[in-house]
Design a protein around this ligand. Structure first.
Ligand SMILES: [Mg+2]
Length: 123
């Protein structure tokens, strides 16, 4: 299982990485914004994406739309992980094709549970 973590906060990426590594084998790739993430996607096999919303250069919503509009990537499930609390953001993420939406700060157990559920549905 290869993961791609997209967040402009290195601390958040590290926390998520630690949680995933305890449970899953495989590569955990990282990107600091949507543009970088598209680049990583084009060069690697990724099975699941966990993505922040507020980021420089290309934000998470735009990145999500690009992923879902690309035949090569559109089947990859995307879990949004953001501080945005609004119902509107959750709704927008779902409409753009997100598999699930988690609010920061997220407990490792909750993150793992959601990842499992999303994988089970997608594969
Ligand atoms: Mg951010």
């Amino acid at each position: 299982m290869n993961f791609l973590l997209v967040d402009d906060s290195a601390i958040i990426r590290k926390m998520v990485k630690i949680a995933l590594k305890k449970v899953f084998k495989g590569e955990i790739l990282e990107a600091g914004d949507g543009l970088e993430a598209l680049n990583v996607l084009s060069m690697n096999t990724v099975d699941l994406i966990i993505c922040d919303i507020n980021m420089p250069n290309m934000d998470g919503m735009e990145f999500l739309s690009r992923v879902k509009a690309t035949d090569e990537f559109k089947e990859i499930p995307v879990i949004m992980l953001s501080t945005e609390q609004g119902e509107e953001d959750v709704k927008e993420a779902k409409e753009r094709g997100a598999s699930d939406y988690l609010k920061k700060p997220v407990k490792p157990e909750k993150l793992i549970k959601t990842v499992y559920e999303v994988i089970k549905k997608a594969y």
